[in-house]
Design a protein around this ligand. Structure first.
Ligand SMILES: Cc1ncc(COP(=O)(O)O)c(C=O)c1O
Length: 398
C-alpha cells in the first residue's frame, strides 16, 4: 500500500503554530512601493529590509523608461529568448552590461535564480568538479545539484579549507575541469568574499571562477561595479553573474564572460532556452538603472556612507554585526525564538526587517537581516537605531 502523497502537507504545521503565537514573519504584503518608507496594513513603517539598494524602483527616469517600453513593445515577450522572445532591447541591455562588467559578452535570463541554474548546469559536466562555499545562495546549490558535475563544498569563506579540498582533488583520477562558484557579497551576512586568497589558489590549482554578485553590483566598488571592482580583480574572474531583483529595481538576471563561453551557455542553458524572456518593461528598467549609475556614482557613495554609519551605530549600541562592510548588516542574536520576538517588537515599533533562521544560517546564528538604500535619510537611520536600542534593552540583548 502506498501512502497519500499529501499526508506530509497536513502534518506540516510550523507556520500555523507561528501564526498562533503571533510570530509569523513571512509573506507580509506591502501596499506601497519599496522605498525607505512603506505601508503595511495601513500603517507607515520604515523599511530596513529591502534590496532596493540604490532606491531605483522609484526613480522618475527609470519609471518613465519602463512605461515607454510597454507602449512600444507591449507587456510581455510570450516566448523564450531562443525562439520568438528576443527583442532588440534584450540585446542592447546585454551589450551595455557586458561593458559595465568589462566582459566580452553577456546573457540575460528571466531571473537570477534561473541564471545560476542554467549557467552552472550547462558548464559542469560529468567529470567536472564544482567548488562551492557552504553559504552560497540556494540558486547556486540548486544549479550544482542540477548539473552532472560533482560538488565539493568548502567551509564558508575559508580559503584554508578550500585548499584542503583542492589538494584532495589532485589525487582523484579522471577529473576534467574545476569551477569555483561563490557569492561576492554573502546575502545573509553582508560578508565580502575573500577574493584575493581565492585568486592566489586559482593560480596554483587552475580553476575557473564564477562570481555571483547579486548583492555586490550597485553596492560595493567605487562606481558600484561590485566585488570585482572592490578588489580590482577584473582579470581573475571568469564569469560574473548578477540579478536585476535588487539594485536594478526589476526582475531578471545576467551572466557575463568570454564570448566563446557565453555562446555555449546560450545554446545549452535549459532555464534560458525553455523559459519565457524578461518582459520589455523589465529590460528597459534595468537599462535605465545602468544609465543612472553610469552617469552619477553619488548614489553608490551615499550607500557606502549609510552602511558605515549604521555599522558604527549598531556596534556602539553593543549589537553583534559579524564582519559586514556592506549595506547588508546582520544583527546576530543566536537562537530562533529571540530573533522572532525581537522582529515582532520592532515591527510594532514601525521598523521592517527580515528574520533569518536556520537553514539559511547556522542554527546558533539566527539573525535579523537589515539592509539599506541610498535613499534613506538620516532621520530614518537614526530612528531605526533608536528602535533597535529600545527593543534590544527590553529583551536584554544590549
Ligand atoms: C546571492 C543571490 N544569488 C541569486 C539570487 C537569485 O536572484 P533572483 O531574485 O533574481 O532570482 C539571489 C536572490 O535572492 C541572491 O541573493
Amino acid at each position: 500500500m502506498t501512502k497519500d502523497l499529501f499526508d506530509k502537507c497536513a502534518a506540516y504545521t510550523r507556520h500555523i503554530e507561528a501564526h498562533e503565537m503571533g510570530l509569523y514573519p513571512y509573506f507580509i504584503p506591502l501596499s506601497s512601493s519599496t522605498g525607505p518608507e512603506v505601508i503595511v496594513k495601513g500603517k507607515k513603517m520604515i523599511m530596513a529590509g529591502s534590496n532596493n539598494y540604490l532606491g531605483l524602483t522609484q526613480h522618475p527616469y527609470v519609471n518613465e523608461q519602463a512605461r515607454k517600453a510597454i507602449e512600444k513593445y507591449g507587456t510581455g515577450c510570450t516566448g523564450s529568448r531562443f525562439l520568438n522572445g528576443t527583442i532588440d532591447l534584450h540585446e542592447e541591455l546585454e551589450n551595455k552590461l557586458a561593458k559595465f562588467v568589462k566582459k566580452e559578452k553577456c546573457l540575460v535570463f528571466s531571473t537570477g535564480f534561473q541564471t545560476n541554474l542554467g549557467t552552472i548546469s550547462a558548464l559542469a559536466g560529468k567529470n567536472d568538479i564544482i567548488l562551492c562555499d557552504r553559504q552560497n545562495h540556494a540558486s547556486i546549490i540548486d544549479g550544482c545539484r542540477l548539473s552532472f558535475g560533482e560538488i565539493a563544498k568548502y567551509k564558508h569563506n575559508d580559503t584554508e579549507d578550500l585548499e584542503r579540498v583542492l589538494t584532495k582533488i589532485q589525487d582523484k583520477p579522471d577529473v576534467d575541469g574545476l569551477l569555483l562558484v561563490t557569492d561576492g557579497v554573502f546575502s545573509m551576512t553582508g560578508t565580502i568574499v575573500d577574493l584575493p586568497e581565492i585568486v592566489k589558489l586559482k593560480k596554483k590549482y587552475k580553476f575557473r571562477i564564477m562570481l555571483d554578485d547579486a548583492h555586490g553590483v550597485g553596492v560595493i566598488g567605487k562606481t558600484g561595479r561590485g566585488t570585482t571592482e572592490h578588489f580590482n580583480a577584473w582579470e581573475s574572474i571568469d564569469l560574473i553573474m548578477g540579478t536585476f531583483s535588487k539594485t536594478f529595481a526589476s526582475l531578471g538576471g545576467f551572466v557575463a564572460g568570454p564570448s566563446v563561453v557565453m555562446d555555449y551557455i546560450q545554446h545549452n542553458a535549459r532555464s534560458l532556452i525553455f523559459s519565457a524572456a524578461m518582459p520589455p518593461s523589465a529590460v528597459a528598467t534595468v537599462k535605465a538603472c545602468l544609465e543612472v549609475m553610469e552617469k552619477d556614482a553619488s548614489l553608490v557613495q551615499k550607500l557606502h556612507e549609510t552602511a558605515k554609519y549604521m555599522i558604527k551605530g549598531y556596534k556602539q549600541l553593543g549589537f553583534e554585526t559579524g564582519n559586514t562592510e556592506t549595506a547588508i548588516i546582520p544583527i546576530i542574536l543566536g537562537e530562533m525564538e529571540l530573533v522572532l520576538r525581537f522582529w515582532k517588537l520592532l515591527f510594532e515599533e514601525g521598523v521592517y526587517v527580515n528574520p533569518i533562521l536556520s537553514p539559511a544560517v547556522p542554527e546558533d546564528m539566527c539573525l535579523l537581516r537589515t539592509s539599506y538604500m541610498a535613499t534613506h535619510k538620516k532621520e530614518h537611520l537614526d530612528s531605526i537605531l533608536q528602535k533597535f536600542e529600545k527593543v534590544g534593552k527590553k529583551l536584554g540583548v544590549i
